[in-house]
Every structure is written in structure tokens, then in C-alpha cells.
Design a protein around this ligand. Structure first.
Ligand SMILES: Nc1ncnc2c1ncn2[C@@H]1O[C@H](COP(=O)(O)OP(=O)(O)OP(=O)(O)O)[C@@H](O)[C@H]1O
Length: 315
């Protein structure tokens, strides 16, 4: 697989002495969607900033498109797009001029057809003459994406692209991002939503306290991280967990009124598999004649998973 970005030993110590990145090694493959997950303050934005030339690394190297960033910064930066977390654009400018201007900033010749295609692909064409400030929050976010796409980057960073947008718009964004990947753009996104990473990413990297803790294919990571839990509220409490139900992941509450399931390793996989496992347990309970009033099923939050996987945050 061809790499598009190679980060080696990247360290960033901010003035004041705080080390936000601590020896990060990471390789991004051409054409993939890579999701960078991590708790608040883990170093995600700092890492993106370092690659995009907004943060000066204290040590380490960044190689993009086979060339060292330090020495070829200007030409390489033009090939990298960034959609930052914050809305950083002139709110009084129109959508059209905003996106057009961004293209010019990177030295590309004006191309109305290209800008039109970008605006159409993000459903912003009808809004092209509107001032950015007059758009909804989700549309403003799409303008930020359009701006980043205007200079036709081969590598695109999306820093929390769907933070604060509703579920429907999030789906729209996912489709947009998938289309970009299909068009050949390599994408690195950060997110706090585990389902976003699961849905979008070919690979996931987990960063904590400025260090990469884990990098793997999404399916493999989800198998390790995914955690479905379910509580079966019994109509008649049990004195003990019946022997037929003695299996990994199942336990009985102290009052005997709830059978608890957690898809710990060995108790069934994760995601879809975890849910299928809950369904199988429900069937088994019914078959054995244990009547339950309700099933309360939930997925662990990303925070739970981080604590489980990474232990308490390290400083
Ligand atoms: N300019 C700065 N000066 C000093 N410390 C900084 C600076 N920018 C970021 N930091 C610190 O570096 C750490 C990493 O910040 P960063 O924004 O990279 O994290 P993040 O993973 O993107 O977090 P979030 O998910 O909250 O956006 C944080 O503790 C932050 O306070």
C-alpha cells in the first residue's frame, strides 16, 4: 500500500512546557479514511496543526507525498486541505466568493465550473449568493468543507466535521466524505463519535496524552472496543444465575431481579455481533421460561471505552 503521509517521532512541547505530542509515529495510506480518536486534550488538533503548518513541531519529521515537510512546505501545503473545528471565515462574505477566494489563496487559477461542482456536491449551490452568516450551523460547516476542497487537496483533514450537527445532517456529511474518498482524496478525520469512526473509517488510530496507543483496521478495533450491555428485568427474581445461563458476560444482580449482559471478550463480538448476542440471550431466556419485563440495551460511550482500554488518563 502506498503511503501519503509519514509522521515519525513527532513531538510538540508548547511554550510553557506542556507536551501535547510525545513521539507520534503514524503512516497514512493513500486513498484511505483514517479516524483519529481520543479524549479531550489528547493532541488530535495539535497533530493536525503540525501537518498543516499551523503548529511548529519541537522534534520529529513529517513526510507528505514522499517529501519532507520542513523543506517543501509551500508546495506540499497546497496539496493538503484542512477543515478546522472552528468556523474560521468571513461571515459577511457570500458563499460563492468565500469558496472562490480560498482557491485563489493556494495559487490555483479561477475555475467557475470546479467551484460550482463543489457547491453542488455539498448542496450549497442554491445558497451561493447568501452571506455565510445567514446560513444554518450545518451549512456553515459545509462551507468550511467547500473552502478546503476549493484547492483540490489530495489529503484532507476534517477536525470533528460533525460536532454539534444533528443526526440527519451527520449522515449527509458521511455521504459527502465517502464521495470524496471515492474521488481519490485521502481523508483524516477526528471525532468524538465512535459510530462515526465505525461508519466511515478504514482504519482508526487512538491517541491519548500525546501518544498513539493503537492503530488498526476499523473492524479489528471495533471487535476490541465495541461494548454492548443489556439488562433483562425479570418478572420473578432468581436466587442465583441458573446453570444453563452460566456463560461469559452474563451475571445476576444482587437482588436477583436483573440479568446483566456485557459483551466482554469471549462473550460474543461487538457492534452488530454484540446486538445479535443480546437477541440470542433473549431467545434463550424465553426458551427456558424466564420471563422478563424489559430489555435495556446500550452501547458504551467512547469515554467508557477509553477508560476501559486505556486506563485512567496518563499525564
Ligand atoms: N497553544 C497552546 N499552548 C499551550 N497548550 C496548548 C496549546 N494548544 C493546545 N494546548 C494543549 O495541548 C493539549 C492537546 O490539545 P489538542 O487541542 O491538540 O487536543 P485535542 O485532542 O484536539 O482535544 P479536543 O478533543 O478537546 O479538541 C491540551 O492539553 C491543550 O490544552
Amino acid at each position: 500500500m502506498q503511503s501519503i503521509l509519514e509522521i515519525a517521532g513527532l513531538t510538540k512541547t508548547y511554550r510553557g512546557g506542556f507536551t501535547a505530542l510525545n513521539g507520534v509515529d503514524l503512516t497514512i495510506n493513500k486513498g484511505e479514511i483514517f479516524a483519529l480518536l481520543g479524549p479531550n486534550g489528547a493532541g488530535k488538533t495539535t497533530l493536525i496543526g503540525a501537518v498543516c503548518g499551523l503548529v511548529e513541531p519541537s522534534a520529529g519529521s513529517i513526510t507528505a507525498f514522499g517529501k519532507d515537510m520542513k523543506h517543501h512546505w509551500r508546495s506540499l501545503r497546497a496539496r493538503i486541505g484542512l477543515v478546522p473545528q472552528e468556523l474560521t471565515t468571513d461571515m459577511f462574505e457570500t458563499v460563492w466568493r468565500t469558496v472562490n477566494y480560498s482557491r485563489g489563496l493556494f495559487g490555483l487559477a479561477p475555475d467557475k465550473g470546479k467551484v460550482e461542482a463543489i457547491l453542488r456536491s455539498l448542496s450549497l449551490w442554491d445558497k451561493r449568493d447568501n452571506q455565510v452568516r445567514a446560513l444554518s450551523g450545518g451549512m456553515k460547516r459545509r462551507v468550511m468543507i467547500a473552502k478546503a476542497l476549493a484547492h483540490e487537496p489530495e489529503l484532507l483533514f476534517l477536525d470533528e466535521p460533525t460536532a454539534g450537527v444533528d443526526v440527519e445532517l451527520r449522515r449527509d456529511m458521511w455521504e459527502n466524505i465517502a464521495r470524496l474518498r471515492d474521488g481519490g482524496t485521502t481523508i483524516i478525520l477526528t471525532t468524538h463519535y465512535i459510530e462515526e469512526a465505525e461508519e466511515m473509517a478504514d482504519r482508526i488510530g487512538i491517541i491519548q496524552s500525546g501518544r498513539i496507543r493503537m492503530v488498526d483496521e476499523t473492524q479489528r478495533i471495533m471487535r476490541q472496543l465495541g461494548r454492548i450491555e443489556a439488562d433483562f428485568a425479570l418478572v420473578d427474581p432468581l436466587p442465583a444465575l441458573p446453570p444453563e445461563l452460566a456463560q461469559p458476560g452474563l451475571s445476576l444482580s444482587a437482588d436477583g431481579a436483573t440479568i446483566h449482559f456485557r459483551d466482554a471478550e469471549g462473550a460474543g463480538g461487538s457492534g452488530g455481533e454484540g446486538k445479535a448476542h443480546v437477541a440470542a440471550i433473549a431467545q434463550k431466556l424465553a426458551g427456558l421460561g424466564y420471563v422478563y419485563r424489559s430489555i435495556d440495551m446500550r452501547e458504551s460511550s467512547l469515554e467508557d471505552i477509553f477508560v476501559h482500554l486505556l486506563g485512567e488518563p496518563q499525564s
